[in-house]
Each structure stands twice: as C-alpha cells, then as structure tokens.
Design a protein around this ligand. Structure first.
Ligand SMILES: Cc1ncc(COP(=O)(O)O)c(C=O)c1O
Length: 498
C-alpha cells in the first residue's frame, strides 16, 4: 500500500501548490479542447473566468441561512424564476436551487411521496411509473425513499410507450415521470400525452429536463420542431433543469420548479425541537455552497439570450454534423430521435462492428468515450466546444471502425472484453456485486487506481467464469420467466381507489 497522505507539518506556498495541482490534471480528459462528449459543458475561456470570479466572490458564504445571506436568497430566487420562465412556468411557479440533477430528482420523488402520505395515507407501498430510459437517479430515489420504480418500455424511437404507462398505473401509484430528453438516446418523451394521462389519473407528473432545460428552449427558438415538453402541458406539476449543464455554470447547480406552492411545500423540512435551535431546510443539503448560487446567477446573466442562442446554434450544428457523418459510416447506426443535442451510435443491425472495441480505439486516440448498454452504444452530448473538432472525431471514428473490422479479436481485449462480458452475465446481482467492488477499490485506503481491464476487476476472470458456467441458455430462460411474470402481474391488476 502506498504511504498514507498526511497534512504536512508546514503549509506550502500558493504558487507551488497550484503548480502541483495543475500537474494532477495532466491525465484528465480534455474538455476545453472539445474531446469530451459529456461531463463538461464548456462555453469558452471568457465565460469560465466570469463564473470563476462570481464563485470566488461568494465562496465563503452559506445558503443554509438565507436570512444571514440575503444576497444568496435574492440570487437563488432570480435563478429559479429565470428558469421557471424559460420552462414556460405560470406566474405561480416556485422552487429551489439544488446541488445537481440527482438532488433535484431525489427531491421530486421525496416531495410526491410525502404528499401521498398526507393525501392518500392508505397507500403503504407507493410506486412511481417511469420510462425505462429515465435517469438512474430515480433508482437512487427509489432505494432512498422506498418508492418502488415501475418501469415502462420505450418504443423503437426511444420514447416511452404511453399505453404501457397507463397499464402500469395501479392503486399504489403516487407519481409519473418522463424526460425531456432522456440521456441514453436523446429522445423527448411524449409529454403532452403523458400530461393528459396524469390529469386523468389525478397523479403528479415530473418532467426531468436536467439535460434539456437550458438547451431545448433555445433550439425551439432556432426553429427545431418539438412537441410541447414543459409547463405548457397542463398535467406537468414539476420540472428539473441543470444550470451546471447547458446553463454553463460550474458544477453544483440545478433547479427544481413546481407549478405552485401546493406542491413545493411537501419538499420542505423542519425540526423545531432540536437543542441546536429551530431548523428549516428547503432541500436535501444542510450547508449550501453560496459560490454555486452566485456563479449560476452570473452565468445566466452573463450569457443572456444572445449568448445562449449562439451556443445552442453551435451545439446543434455539432449534433447535425455528427448524425450525418455517422450515418455515412458503414457498420454503424444512430439510436433514438434527433430531438436534442444527444447523438448515440450503435452497431448496424447487419454487418455491425463491436461497439466496445471501437470505443477502446477512440479512447486510445485521446477521445473521452461514454459507453452504454442495451444495446451496446456510445453516447455523445454535443456542445459548442466540440465544433472545432467534430470532423476529427468523425475521421477517427471511421478509422476505428475499420481497425476493428480488420481485427475482430479486439472485441476480446481491453475494456471491450469487460463490457462485453458484463452484458452477458445472466444474473444481474453478480455484476452488481462485482462493480460495487470497484467502488471499494476507489474509496478504500489505497491509492484508488482502478484498472477496469485487470483480471480482478469486474468482468475479469471471475465474471468470465460465470459466463462460461451459466451461458446464454440461462439468460434466455430468465428472460422468459421475467416476461411471464409481467403478464401475470398485469392480469392481476386491481382497480384503483382514489
Ligand atoms: C436527463 C438527466 N437527468 C438527470 C441527470 C443527473 O444529473 P447530475 O449528474 O447533475 O446529478 C442527468 C445527467 O446527465 C441527465 O442527463
């Protein structure tokens, strides 16, 4: 085990420290150069300096007590209201800032669970009906708050099957959710139809626009045709939108907006009997970074409509050029609908290549690659920063596909082998226990370096052995069992009491 780090006896001079830290970043992905397709939303150096200065100006402040920092309360209110207006929220719209998309989604589930506890206390096992493509934060919310996730399949175009959604609702359903757009392939769910369903069933509907909230409105203004996806749909009761994505704020900034206070009030938390005093809290966190609120405020005001439209135009051009370029590469196909700036490619149904092997090649060429599963695919969130390098990416992608075609054995090497094997292990729990070990490796006392392709990493020797032992026939049998169970459950469905 490497030496355990300790706080040095004497402090180090600022310049030396910053130089050391700069060197830490040498192996990080190149976001400013446009070689990442997710994780970072880059609006250029000048904007970066603006939000950096805004963050620093309020770095020491704490939104835990908004009465002590009226400045933060004002900026938070303004960010929430600017977001509400962008999402066509009514005059009554209200909400809070949060630390990110996941916190906003956790809160939506907690809010509707607590509301259901008040309004329909006889519901003992609450569930939420969501598309299979909804963000994984809903799994987290389900695990944290005890609201079962009822998953509805999506159609060929990546949008949820609304008829199946209707069938999945039962007397324990407390909320619906959908995405604008969903992360895996970028389709915007049919929010207008889901809104009607929500109204008919008297259920709240959360639209996860964490990704789309700060890009779809500008794309619409630029003439990209979209069906209504926000508060224009009457059944939508809340929405989440991340300022730290296409709002170009530093990480730690998202917004959750409700149609009115009758919903938001179930999000709040208050304890009056604590010896430390009366404690009220609007969201999940206790202490809240004032810097994140200030930088989000500066980002929206610094860019203005003109800045957002310019960045959206560039991001859309990247997405369109990617789509056209990928369509022209034999062996690949696009998944989903071109609703937003997400472009996802997979192997063509006939004559396709091993996606994970292509991904390894791209990574070796210095691209950051976001691998997905079911089906194996690669996700690209297009942004303005990618514009100067989009043709380089397409050239490298074409070359990578040719290399993999010429060397099919590459599918059994590197990370391709790991991902390929994980997709075949028949019992999901086995994969889960293996990937949890990755976290143990990262957060244990050691140096935290994890090599996914190593033998003892997930998908290494142990998973390979499991695949060999159980094999695809077991997987087929499990799939058949799952389908039969789902049919049986539907037949048993009880009429809802509400
Ligand atoms: C649609 C969608 N929802 C929620 C999230 C979660 O956001 P965060 O990573 O900020 O928690 C993401 C992140 O990519 C997303 O794309």
């Amino acid at each position: 085990m490497p030496d355990r780090p300790a706080i040095p006896r004497e402090g180090t001079a600022a310049d030396a420290l910053l130089e050391t830290m700069g060197a830490f970043g040498e192996r990080d992905v190149d976001y400013a150069g446009g070689r990442t397709w997710s994780l970072v939303y880059w609006a250029g150096e000048a904007h970066h300096h603006l939000v950096e200065r805004a963050f620093n100006a309020y770095m020491a402040t704490n939104a835990l007590n908004p009465l002590a920092f009226q400045s933060l309360k004002r900026m938070e209110r303004e960010v929430v209201q600017m977001t509400a207006s962008l999402l066509s929220g009514p005059e009554t719209a209200c909400g809070t800032m949060t630390s990110g998309g996941t916190e906003s989604l956790l809160l939506a589930v907690k809010t509707y669970r607590d509301r259901a506890r008040k309004k329909t206390p006889w519901i003992r096992r609450p569930n939420m009906v969501v598309p299979e493509t909804i963000h994984v934060a809903f799994d987290k919310a389900s695990a944290y708050f005890g609201v079962k996730k009822r998953v509805v399949p999506v159609l060929e175009d990546g949008r949820v099957d609304v008829a199946a959604m209707r069938r999945a609702i039962d007397h324990n359903t407390i909320m619906l959710a959908a995405s604008a757009p969903q992360y895996p392939t970028g389709a915007v769910d049919p929010i207008a139809e889901i809104g009607e369903l929500a109204l008919a069933e008297k259920l709240p509907l959360h639209v996860d626009a964490c990704f789309g909230g700060f890009i779809l409105p500008w794309l619409e203004r630029l003439g990209v045709p979209l069906e209504p996806w926000d508060f224009r749909v009457p059944g939508v009761t809340s929405m989440s939108a991340d300022v730290h994505k296409y709002g170009y704020a530093p990480k730690g900034a998202s917004v959750i907006v409700y149609r009115d206070m009758s919903w938001l009030r179930h999000q709040f938390f208050a304890v009056t009997g604590w010896s430390g005093g009366v404690y009220i809290s609007p969201s999940l966190q206790g202490t809240r970074a004032g810097g994140s609120i200030a930088a989000a405020w500066a980002s929206l005001n610094g860019l203005g409509e003109e800045g957002f439209l310019r960045l959206a135009r560039d991001a859309w051009e990247v997405a369109e050029r990617l789509r056209a370029g990928i369509r022209a590469i034999p062996g690949l196909r696009l998944l989903g609908r071109p609703d937003a700036t997400i472009v996802t490619w997979a192997a063509a149904e006939r004559g396709g290549v091993d996606v994970y092997a292509v991904a390894d090649q791209l990574q070796a060429m210095g691209w950051s690659v976001d691998r997905q599963q079911r089906p194996p695919s690669v996700h690209c969130s297009a942004g303005a920063a990618n514009l100067p390098v989009v043709d380089d990416y397409l050239r490298d992608l074409r070359a990578a596909v040719e290399t993999v075609r010429a060397n099919p054995g590459l599918a059994k090497e590197g990370e391709a082998a790991v991902y390929g094997l994980m997709a075949k292990v028949p019992v999901a729990r086995l994969v889960k226990s293996e990937v949890l070990k990755v976290l143990e490796g990262m957060y244990g006392p050691g140096d935290g370096d994890v090599d996914l392709a190593a033998q003892d990493a997930p998908g290494g020797a142990r998973v390979a052995e499991l695949v060999n032992r159980f094999g695809p026939p077991v997987q087929d049998a499990l799939d058949r069992l799952r389908r039969a169970r789902a049919r049986f459950r539907l037949r048993l469905r009880l009429p809802r009491l509400r």
